[in-house]
Every structure is written in C-alpha cells, then in structure tokens.
Design a protein around this ligand. Structure first.
Ligand code: 5GP
Ligand code: ZN
Length: 114
C-alpha cells in the first residue's frame, strides 16, 4: 500500500526505531509513547485491521503475539506486567489503517478499557 505510513516504515522510506524484525513481522517504538515501553508490532503484509484477516492468517497472528511476549521479556516488562492492545476500526480508536498491536508497559496502567 503506497500511501500507508506503516508500509513506508517497513520499506524504510520513513525512519523508525526497530526493536525486532524478521521475514513477516516488524516491531518498532511508537513515535508518541504513552508509557516507558510502547512498541508497535505489525505484519509486513498489509492488512487494514483484524477485520481483514482470514483463516490463512492464523499462524501469522500467533507469531505476532509470540513476538510480543518475547519482546516483553527482552524489554523487562514481562514480570511487572503489560498490555497488548489492538484498536480495530474507527470506534475502536484505530488511526493507522495497517494492522498493529501496541505493547505497552513499564508503569502501572489505568484500569479503564473504554
Ligand atoms: P492506533 O490509534 O491506530 O491504534 O495507533 C497508531 C499508533 O501509531 C499511535 O500510537 C501513533 O503514535 C503511532 N504512529 C503514528 N505514526 C507513526 C510514525 O510515523 N512512526 C511511529 N513510530 N509511530 C507512529
Ligand atoms: Zn500498510
């Protein structure tokens, strides 16, 4: 997707602070962190949101979550706790229309989910 900001980050057309990369996944620091640790974990294949996924994406989604758990350990927030968040669509608060998970931690997060 040529006009997608996260595809541009994947293609290194826009710089980012990469914390993990493999053939199918990229993880990088959020430009506007809401906590000491705030990383975005995205598939390299463009999908707009969770709504775009099909059964063939099962392994990819599992991999995204496993990467998130590994990063939580590496970034030192696994034991203290963290939040792994997906915003889906406008009512879900999704601004960037490229599927992504937020890995957020390093402080005591609020209990509100809405
Ligand atoms: P959403 O609201 O779509 O779930 O979250 C999008 C996230 O992407 C926001 O937390 C925002 O700060 C982050 N973001 C938007 N543009 C950029 C960018 O160019 N670089 C980085 N690293 N993060 C971005
Ligand atoms: Zn994209």
């Amino acid at each position: 997707m040529s006009d997608c900001i996260f595809c541009k980050i994947i293609n290194k057309e826009i710089p980012s602070e990469v914390v993990y990369e493999d053939e199918v996944v990229l993880a990088f620091k959020d430009i506007n962190p809401v906590a000491p640790v705030h990383v975005l974990i995205i598939p390299k294949k463009h999908s707009e949101s969770l709504n775009d996924l099909s059964p063939e994406d099962e392994a990819l989604v599992g991999h995204l979550i496993i990467v998130a758990t590994r990063l939580a350990k590496e970034l030192g927030i696994a034991d203290s706790g963290y939040r792994l968040v997906n915003n889906c669509g406008d009512d879900g608060g999704q601004v960037v229309k490229h599927l992504h998970f937020h890995l957020i931690g390093g402080k005591r997060l609020g209990i509100h989910i809405c």
